[in-house]
Design a protein around this ligand. Sequence first.
Ligand SMILES: C[S@@+](CC[C@H](N)C(=O)[O-])C[C@H]1O[C@@H](n2cnc3c(N)ncnc32)[C@H](O)[C@@H]1O
Length: 392
Amino acid sequence: MPTGNPLLVEIQERIKAAGAISFCEFMALALYTPQWGYYNRPQIQIGQRGDFITASSLTRDFAELLTEAFVQMWHALERPQRFTLLEMGAGEGQFADVVLNYSQATYPDFFAALEYQIQEQSPSLRERQRQRLGPWGDRLCWRGSDTPAAPITGCIFSNEVVDAFPVHRLQWQGGNWQEIYVSLNSEGALQEVLRPLRDDRIHEYFATVGIDPQRQGYSDGYRTEVNLNLIPWLKDLSQRLERGFVLTIDYGYPAQQYYHPARCEGTLQCYYQHRYHNNPYCFVGEQDITAHVDVTALTRYGEKFGLETLYVTRQSLFLMALGLGDRLLAQQQGNGHLLQALNRHQSLHQLIDPLGLGGFYVVLQGKQATLELPPLEAGDQALPFTGMGNSP
Ligand SMILES: C[S@@+](CC[C@H](N)C(=O)[O-])C[C@H]1O[C@@H](n2cnc3c(N)ncnc32)[C@H](O)[C@@H]1O
């Protein structure tokens, strides 16, 4: 039995005590065990020097363009004296830093009203954020998930957070779902076992997103994931929001595409040193494990909890509507340092690459609030969202 990895040893001990643990529990332990879980290790890094890049870590243009949206939200709410921007899962804190800097320089009235809050589950990343963002003083504060929060007027924002929630993994077998559990083989290594599905919340989930698994024609061995953790998360966000918006950006699919019979391996992906694969049982605690987000679940559960779906679109179109095209043009006409100009040009293109970050979904929900965005490109008929997709 390997002994070099304390997290693996801890997981093996848990499994020995229980016989087997659900994949969801395994993923939660691999990502969030204090000190050793992937996101809670002191050495966690997001961006070029870590295992994966996010839009926030790629270029400041992302946060600057999103600031344009936050300013529009502030106007849509009739310029309240305090506009709270609560960022969930702020990673290295770059996004917050750019939003505060750019607002201060470009929109002083908005900046005067802006109160930035961060909710971050990882103590290591919270510490990193404190170092970067300390100079902002009382402009910014951290909230715990259990802190009773004052009702928010403003926006609750997240980028690539929901895909990091632990998911249940299911396998279709003999006309029914089985749940994937993790146990130990005779040599003590992690192995998957199937157990009958006992969690009624999963049946309710499929009913909510409009999928009847019995009519999907799944073959034996078909695998997929269900993110039940997004349900209490959305409920909590909605309860905290008095008036304003929830803006969620992540990779995913509408339910019809997510649970399409052809997507027979599911969407689980692991990231290790800028390479990705689908084996969650290696590099335990040293690699990120993610699953795509079911965009229909975000909107349907949001509606259940009082969040109106305002827009569902792709990041490329959203950022173009916020002025990314103008930035590209200005950048091409500029005469700055050649290498910097090339890098920025490449980053701007990465933000809108339809096969990469540009294909991410942007979900905007509102509570007693609505927002007129500049017209998005023709063909972006996900607005208003129907929840129907074409193919995987
Ligand atoms: C993939 S990283 C994205 C970081 C950042 N948003 C970015 O775009 O670079 C996921 C972040 O979400 C945080 N996170 C995961 N689950 C969370 C939760 N339930 N509440 C708050 N933060 C969470 C992680 O610790 C990490 O900071």
